[in-house]
Design a protein around this ligand. Structure first.
Ligand code: KG4
Ligand code: ZN
Length: 330
């Protein structure tokens, strides 16, 4: 079965054609991140306008690079939420129109679940039960996955998401947007022990997270260091390394805690922050079971993960019933 999937939840416009939920025939991603980078964060109206410009060329390119035509596909899938309403609407309304005109089944997909299904697009397929750590710009969630489509939410962030913490701290350090990759890069030449940072909630018995205190700790450090003279590149790298070490330590400790509590032998990483090399390395080193992570280019937003989720949860709906839902949850 070949599924055309469309993803427009935030600042990426993507279309992919995937066979049987695992073989990517094409996966085209166009991003407006460079426009947002100049401002230092996402402006929803600009993101939506860019989605509208990109959507048709991106879908055409997905067909062209797979050497397929609309009659070759079996179904259309689309991210229906969560995300920015203006961005979501572009993908949802386009998918509804195409499914109607081509007379194909239409499958709405939850973006959060799609991130987890990115793990089915790697070399090694996941097994059940597993604990998934979903870490993105908007989410930090621990989920127990019992089988396809069976998710139990175990805990999440009480304030900032892990990616959001990286993005906000990167802004404090003048490292640019998106913050995660910038902090990871600056951390390469830094010493994580020069400015020790707190690990919020690391030993709490629940499976929740909190990252806003970490941001405040970095802010206080920055204020202190810049009182007398401007920030040096070494100080920036050291603070980036300390930030990355603190976030990764909390994420790894809590995820292993969840895996032990629910007696599972497999951990799945998902979401944009799962691209982080230190997170992947420390989770694999510290967990006694198996750790899977999607290929790095499939961690951030793309439509192939939407197609994988649609294939393993094949539940088409009449187009009239499909609506963009910005606050859709697990
Ligand atoms: O999943 P995603 O593309 O979009 C959302 O659904 O939110 O995640 C984007 C987030 C951003 O906060 C970005 O800073 C973070 O993922 N990110 C990373 C890395 N690459 C992206 N964080 C840490 N290390 C990375 N290499
Ligand atoms: Zn995402």
């Amino acid at each position: 079965m070949k599924i055309l999937a469309i993803e427009t939840s935030c600042d990426e416009t993507s279309a992919a054609i995937v066979e049987n939920g695992a073989k990517i025939l094409s996966n085209v991603v166009s991003s407006s991140v460079k426009i947002h980078a100049k401002i230092g964060g996402i402006i929803p109206e600009i993101a939506a306008r860019e989605q509208l410009k990109a959507i048709i060329p991106v879908i055409k390119k997905a067909f062209a690079s797979a050497h397929l035509k609309p009659t070759d596909i079996d179904a259309v899938a689309v991210t229906s939420g969560p995300g920015l309403i203006g961005s979501l609407l572009i993908g949802v309304e386009t998918a509804k129109t195409l499914a109607y005109v081509w007379n194909k089944p239409l499958i709405p997909v939850n973006h959060l679940k799609a991130h987890i299904y990115a793990n089915w697009l790697g070399k090694d397929s996941p097994t059940f039960p597993n604990v998934a750590l979903l870490v993105s710009g908007g989410h930090t969630d621990l989920i127990l996955m019992k089988t396809y489509g069976k998710f139990k939410w175990l805990g999440g962030t009480k304030d900032d998401a892990a990616g959001e913490a990286f993005d906000k701290i990167a802004r404090l350090l003048n490292l640019g947007y998106p913050g995660g990759p910038m902090i990871a890069k600056a951390a390469e030449s830094g010493d994580k022990n020069t400015y020790p940072l707190p690990r919020p909630m690391i030993n709490s018995p629940d499976l929740d997270f909190s990252f806003s205190g970490l941001k405040t700790a970095v802010l206080n450090k920055v204020k202190l260091l810049t009182e007398t003279k401007p920030f040096s590149p070494t100080q920036t790298s050291n603070l980036a390394a300390a930030t990355q070490a603190a976030v990764v330590d909390v994420l790894v400790s809590k995820t292993i805690h969840a895996a032990k509590k629910y007696k599972v032998k497999e951990i799945l990483l998902a979401g944009g922050v799962a691209a982080n090399k230190l997170l992947r390395k420390e989770m694999a080193e510290r967990f006694e079971g198996k750790v899977l992570a999607p290929p790095v280019n499939l961690c951030t937003d793309n439509a192939a993960i939407v197609a994988a989720c649609a294939y393993f949860n094949y539940q088409p709906k009449p187009w009239q019933k499909i609506k963009a839902d910005p606050s859709l949850h697990f």
